[in-house]
Design a protein around this ligand. Structure first.
Ligand code: ADP
Ligand code: MG
Length: 458
């Protein structure tokens, strides 16, 4: 192994400690240290995005790590883009980087992250679809299979943190990458998009950027909630979206919230989003949680007994990232101490994780639990919808809020879309009456929901 390779290995090893696995795979793994000359370290990266991102996010970590390894006080990092750069639209003189002079190699397909910035690890095959994410899953698959001909353009997936949004939209990209090699794909997190928009607005090259984006068949923009308030960027983005749309490109996006709930998001962007499909991901139900835990264990060849799987599924209902965290924690113990894990040991290892994930009960949590129980979108509990199913679920949620919390009917009303306190009392009384009359269906339902509430807060 050459000296450079050794240093590169050491460097990556050290950086790993600062980044999560995804970020490491995307931003650091593909880097190559190609030259070290005195204080100057030349690092080859797959694209300009890498340079922007690394400079924005990891500059000091990079410098610190290299300084430790090379025993030099202030190493200077120089980035080179390799021959396959995805940013050929840039005027070379505009970038403060050099394109590495390499002999032209025959063009071969490179790994997705290199060509598209996609994380190759997220696929449809390793995504568990179930209650909570089914619509998002099916529409993503539809888009992936009919990339130039979908009715869902743009597709926007919204929902809480750690529920699989990035996974699903990346799966669309990876599917197209693998099945339609001629398609041009680009994954952008919204902070990178904003950075690029700002740079191009500043340099007056926004038309080049638009032209460049229009060469893409599929553009994935992750976490668009961060676009809020970036007014100039949003204006440009609106025009860019129209351009891409008119040139037949598919746009796929994720957001932590429904566009209506992102304050300061351009109204024209919102209505553009609504021309496609907006779908949500919600926390998985028990069965889906168990399936996810099994899959995550299987992926690392870790044999987990059923009682442990169910223990995790029953006790962690926040999001999938936390489920994954629990599996990894057990696996760490198992591989570190080389010991089989029984249910009691598992409980002990996960004790801290579980207590910290259990929050105290509040109105929001009751609404989450009730909407999951009835399989209806939570926001409908707050809206004016009067269909029987929604009205019943709303009444149950109001009943539980009045009996399980020390909240006044006035404050409960506020959390249900600004309803009057008398509406809350009326709904809660209706359920109470049915319980008093021993209505079997309502009694069983309330019992079951209370069980879930107890599980998630005990
Ligand atoms: P989000 O973008 O919604 O915050 P991510 O897509 O980053 O969430 O998901 C967090 C983690 O959980 C990732 O490792 C992802 O692979 C995993 N994950 C989420 N949902 C599922 C699912 N339904 N099946 C398998 N893994 C999932
Ligand atoms: Mg995400």
């Amino acid at each position: 192994m050459s000296e450079l390779n050794k240093i590169e290995l050491q460097f990556k090893d050290k950086i790993k400690a600062y980044l999560n696995q995804n970020s490491f795979n995307t931003w650091v793994k593909p880097l190559k240290i190609v030259q070290i000359e005195n204080d100057k370290v030349s690092i080859q990266v797959p694209s300009k995005i890498h340079i922007d991102y690394i400079k924005g996010q990891y500059k000091s970590v990079f410098e610190k790590t290299l300084s430790e390894i090379l025993a030099r006080e202030n190493p200077v990092i120089k980035f080179l883009i390799d021959a396959d750069t995805d940013f050929s639209f840039e005027h070379k003189s505009d970038i403060d980087t050099q394109t590495k002079k390499t002999k032209i190699l025959p063009k071969t397909r490179v790994a997705p992250y290199k060509e598209t910035s996609l994380n190759p690890k997220y696929t449809f095959e390793n995504f568990v679809s179930g209650n909570g994410n089914e619509t998002a899953y099916v529409s993503s698959l539809q888009v992936a299979k009919n990339i130039k001909n979908t009715q869902y353009n743009p597709l926007l997936i919204f929902g809480g943190v750690g529920l699989g949004k990035t996974h699903l939209v990346s799966a669309i990209g990876n599917y197209v990458f693998n099945n339609e090699p001629d398609r041009n794909i680009l994954y952008l997190s919204s902070d990178i998009l904003v950075q690029q928009l700002v740079t191009h607005i500043h340099k007056n090259t926004i038309d080049d950027y638009k032209t460049y984006l229009c060469t893409k068949d599929l553009i994935i923009i992750d976490d668009i909630q961060f676009l809020a308030k970036k007014e100039k960027s949003m204006q440009e983005l609106f025009h860019i979206f129209n351009h891409i749309y008119n040139s037949g490109g598919q746009i796929v996006m994720t957001s932590d919230f429904h566009p209506n709930e992102i304050h300061d998001l351009d109204d024209r962007l919102k209505s553009r989003f609504k021309m496609g499909l907006i779908t949500d991901v919600r926390p998985p139900d028990l069965e889906t949680r168990a399936a996810i835990i099994r899959l995550k264990a299987e992926e690392i060849n870790f044999n987990l007994e059923d009682d442990i799987v169910m223990f995790i599924a029953n006790n962690i209902n926040t999001n999938v990232r936390d489920l994954e965290g629990a599996v990894k924690k057990l696996y760490f113990y198992y591989s570190h101490f080389n010991k089989e894990i029984g249910i009691n040991k598992a409980k002990e290892i996960l004790k801290e994780l579980i207590t910290s994930k259990k929050s105290t009960l509040n109105i929001d949590k009751i609404q989450d639990i009730v909407s999951e129980f009835f399989s209806i979108p939570k926001d409908l509990l707050m809206k004016k919808t009067r269909t029987k199913e929604i009205a019943d679920a709303r009444a149950v949620a109001m009943y539980l809020c009045t009996t399980q919390l020390k909240a006044t009917t006035t404050s409960i009303g506020v959390h249900f879309g600004g309803r009057e306190h008398s509406t809350v009392s009326h709904a809660a009384n209706k359920i109470q009456k049915k319980l008093n009359n021993k209505d079997p269906e309502v009694t069983k339902m309330i019992e079951e929901i209370l069980n879930v509430i107890n599980l998630s807060t005990c």
